[in-house]
Design a protein around this ligand. Structure first.
Ligand code: GLP
Length: 233
């Protein structure tokens, strides 16, 4: 794993953007994108750049089950707000959280991933080591599935909702097997509350207990970390 240490999240956003910009120059056409607060500075760099994404495709990692695209807590909404409204892509895919039929929603998304092989996948990381919404215990070779969010994730994500009881309990998430098929992976993590997860990701055993540890088996992963997130390495 390649590790880039940065002073703060703004500089991390620039580093992540540079990797993406270089990949695009070298022909990348499909970006795998993530939500959460960590990639926001990278999206700011993308929207402030002069890169035209309108002939590119994006495939997002996950979406809450039960939220429609126009719900301001949905990941559809987040992506429109931070990126797509300013820099439209030719096609932008996010799992359909409004579809209550999990078998249909997940198989439809697997077809989208198969039709659009990901050149660069951007990831954040959960405090428990989750990537996308693949919580501890998720199969390391899994496809898109409906996942039950853990208490730790509900607790971490409640800051975005008026009330903890409003946090959806389920999500559709691209599987770790699909994430691992991306040609290149960038994981961004900032702050002390990610330090344990990062230490286990880099130095721990590869185990379903720490979903991000699967990345040790990928040939092209770059971790962009501030000092606090890297403090237990
Ligand atoms: C959510 C998302 C993850 C993200 C994580 C961390 O659970 N499903 O993709 O990595 O939050 O978010 P943050 O970057 O806000 O800490």
């Amino acid at each position: 794993m390649n590790i880039i240490k940065v002073k703060d999240q703004d500089l991390g956003g620039k580093e992540a953007f540079n990797i993406i910009a270089t990949a695009i120059k070298n022909g990348a056409k499909v970006l795998g994108l993530a939500t959460g607060s960590s990639p926001i500075t990278m999206y700011n760099e993308m929207t402030n750049s002069d890169i035209d994404f309108s002939n590119m495709t994006s495939v997002n990692l996950d979406e809450y089950v039960g939220l429609k695209a126009d719900n301001d807590q949905s990941y559809h909404y987040f992506m429109n707000e931070h990126l797509f409204s300013k820099k439209p892509f030719k096609n932008s895919y996010v799992p359909d959280g409004s579809n209550p039929d999990a078998a249909a929603a997940t198989s439809e998304y697997d077809k989208i991933i198969a039709d659009n092989p990901i050149d660069v996948q951007v990831l954040g990381i959960g405090r428990n080591g989750h990537i996308g919404f693949n919580e501890p215990g998720s199969p390391l070779d899994g496809k898109t599935s409906k996942v039950a969010l853990t208490e730790s994730t509900i607790e971490a994500n409640k800051r975005f909702f008026d009330d903890e009881k409003d946090v959806p309990r389920y999500a559709y998430s691209m599987g770790i097997g699909s994430i691992m098929k991306a040609k290149k992976i960038i994981l961004v993590a900032y702050g002390e509350n990610k330090a344990d997860a990062i230490a286990k990701t880099v130095n721990g055993p590869v185990t379903e207990d720490v979903p991000a540890s699967a990345l040790q088996n990928h040939p092209d992963v770059t971790l962009i970390l501030d000092d606090a997130a890297a403090s237990k390495l």
